[in-house]
Ligand binder design. Structure first.
Ligand code: ATP
Ligand code: MG
Length: 636
């Protein structure tokens, strides 16, 4: 449906695309990937016609409807309700609606047949376009993206950038385009909304091109990958995991071909060398030289892969208490975020603050970072604490007309140019890059500038709000390394499941307007939450959520005590098994949902069999659990 042929696009002297090709077919679900700055956003803009190509062509069906979501937070402003803004997607229906209203008005005084005919025509078209359901459809989509009924009546201008982006996404989805071009759609979404979007896109019947650095998301949604690299678009016929395997395989093959060819060339050259002097062999030598020249050369694997490389360093240790929050209450008109909440951040804590949007994660983070002082209660900073705050708005607050170096100099005037340039070097801005204007930078490049700024702070306490947004997968890996090696304290908000799993040793979440803490990793927390949400979980945590091991009662007699201990231990063991089974089941479920499995009857049969077996094992475990739990209850 869209054919890109020999696309070349130059910025200044640099060719971002050099004879690149790609045919997007109806129903394709493609992930467009590549390192920051390789030209993904540019490609989408070329497709929608915001940029014009240097040479080559992009052709498409004339009446094709494209839904394009921009990576930049558009500062869409409107005083209309978001429900209204979303309904703007239905341009024709809205127009008809207006016309019908006007006709009805006229009909009050004028009963001409002509008018009645017109009305009936309009009404038929309105009905054919499902005009009566547009409000319902807009409402459904907004609800899926996390807007409550009350929210939907609020003005667009009251929402933060991330939420406005969701409204734009809703509007695009409602236009029912033939092809969706989504530039990093998950950047501003929380986990429940990402999951919602995943299932929405899986069911979407048109073609989709998604630019994303979120490997979990890509694996669930796309069936082909196109990598933008060194001016070319390289296709892979599978999801992200497939891409990784296939790429490794292709590189191995290429590397072998290269080595073999090199060996052959050497041998030929030796032959030619040896016989060159012999007149009788002159003809043979000449033809061999020609053949060698004509040989199509295999290139070596291109492992040129510059990556950012940085560490968070600080020179002064903080005291034991880093931040103390006492009796904090915070509310916005119509919503209370925290009520008399308490929490302490201690030195060495690596906290992930998680939960759905709207629960107040960013608000709490701003209170912790002292970026918000509109609350009741006390917030104390500990001894020798130096902090840095990385947030989405820092990204938006970059000065578009500054050059990169200038931006850093304005922020950290005490640093010498050499120091700043060496920091910039860690973030892959070398040489003349330092003089690039912020305005022209790609999403990931801007994020790197903001991270470089954060690095100049010499901080032993980091407050990070969505630090991985826009960063490519390699840069996220480096950020994970840097956070793991960091010897200070941090608290972060992120929806990157991979990052959460890897760096946090404590989980904070907001519940009942309290700050609750789970003392474990994100995976442990997920398992604990899953169990807690089943009805049998009676242990409702108060302020501190205990680890899931049940505590034996202290007051019972010694022999019964022994017995209870044993039972409890057995119970805990079964719980672990149950958790394992449950995650095996969810793995099996996603296997069945994988096209490579469900499209193949034999594979599907095996997968379903495994799934059924797991289910019945789970039921057996649950029965066992109930029996034990009853025995324990009898002992009390
Ligand atoms: N007007 C311009 N002048 C100079 N360089 C530019 C200009 N516009 C874009 N660039 C550069 O072109 C490159 C491609 O930008 P693009 O936004 O397409 O990258 P991207 O692949 O979407 O990256 P990201 O993953 O970070 O979003 C970047 O290095 C950017 O700095
Ligand atoms: Mg981009």
């Amino acid at each position: 449906m869209i054919a890109i042929n020999n696309l070349t696009f130059e910025i200044g002297a640099r060719a971002l695309y050099d004879e690149a090709n790609w045919h997007i077919k109806p129903g394709d679900k493609a992930g467009l990937i590549g390192a920051n700055g390789t030209g993904k956003t540019t490609l989408l803009k070329l497709i929608v016609g915001e940029y014009s190509l240097t040479s080559g062509s992009i052709s498409m069906a004339k009446d094709i409807k494209i839904g394009y979501l921009n990576q930049d937070l558009l500062s869409h402003q409107s005083d209309k309700s978001i429900l209204h803004v979303a309904m703007e997607a239905f341009a024709r229906q809205n127009q008809l609606h207006g016309e019908i209203e006007r006709l009805l008005e006229k009909l009050e005084t004028d009963y001409s047949d002509d008018l009645i005919q017109k009305l009936s025509d309009k009404q038929t078209e309105f009905e054919a376009l499902d005009g009566y359901s547009i409000e319902y459809r807009a409402h459904e989509i907004l609800a899926g993206l996390g807007f409550s009924d009350a929210d939907q009546k609020r003005k667009l201008s009251e929402f933060s950038g991330g939420w406005r982006m969701r409204v734009m996404l809703a509007r695009i989805l409602l236009q029912a385009p033939d092809i969706l071009l989504l530039d990093e759609p998950t950047n501003h979404l929380d986990l429940p909304s990402i999951k919602w979007l995943e299932s929405y896109l899986q069911a979407f019947e048109g073609a989709i091109v998604i630019v994303s650095h979120d490997r979990y998301f890509l694996d669930r949604v796309v069936t082909t990958i196109v990598e933008s690299k060194r001016g070319k678009l390289i296709p892979y016929a599978g999801n992200y995991s497939f891409y990784l395997e296939e790429k490794a395989l292709r590189e191995e093959i290429q590397s072998n071909q290269y080595k073999n060819q090199q060996a052959k060339i050497k041998q030929e050259e030796r032959l030619i060398e040896r016989f060159r002097a012999k007149a009788s062999k002159a003809k043979m030598v000449q033809s061999r030289v020609k053949a060698l020249e004509r040989m199509e050369k295999v290139e070596d694997v291109d492992d040129y892969n510059p990556t950012v490389n940085f560490r968070f360093k600080f020179s002064k240790q903080s005291g034991r208490h880093v931040v103390r929050l006492e009796d904090i209450s915070k509310s916005y008109p119509g919503i209370s975020i925290l009520q008399h909440a308490n929490a302490i951040i201690e030195k060495g804590d690596k906290i992930a603050l998680i939960g759905a949007n709207g629960k107040g994660k960013s608000t709490l983070l701003r209170i912790v970072a002292q970026a918000d002082s509109q609350f009741e209660g006390k917030r104390e900073t500990g001894h020798n604490v130096t902090q840095t705050f990385f947030a989405q708005h820092q990204l938006e607050a970059l000065h578009l007309d500054h050059e990169i170096l200038q931006e850093l100099q304005a922020f950290a005037p005490k640093h010498t140019e050499t120091e700043l340039r060496s920091i910039l070097g860690c973030f892959l801005f070398t040489g003349d890059d330092a003089f690039k204007k912020i305005r022209v930078l790609s999403g990931g490049e801007k994020s790197r500038v903001a991270l470089a700024k954060a690095l100049t702070a010499d901080a032993n306490f980091l407050v990070l709000d969505e630090p991985t947004n826009h960063l490519d997968i390699q840069s996220v890996n480096i950020l994970i390394q840097a956070l793991k090696q960091f010897e200070g304290t941090f608290i972060l908000v992120s929806h990157d499941r991979y990052l959460l799993d890897n760096v946090a040793n404590k989980i904070w979440f907001i519940e009942d307007q309290q700050i609750k803490e789970y003392p474990g990793t994100y995976q442990e927390y997920e398992a604990w939450q899953a169990k807690r949400q089943q009805p049998r979980a009676e242990e409702q945590p108060k302020k501190k959520a205990p680890k899931p091991e049940p505590e034996p009662a202290k007051t019972v007699k010694p022999d019964r005590d022994q017995q209870t201990k044993k039972l409890n231990k057995a119970l805990a063991a079964i719980e672990t098994h149950i958790a394992e089974k449950e995650s095996a089941i969810s793995r099996a479920e996603s296997q069945i949902a994988d096209e490579q499995v469900y499209a193949d009857p034999a594979k599907l049969a095996t997968a379903t069999q495994q799934y059924d077996a797991l289910k019945s094992e789970l039921r057996a475990l649950q029965a066992e659990w109930e029996k034990l739990a009853e025995e324990i209850m009898k002992m009390d």
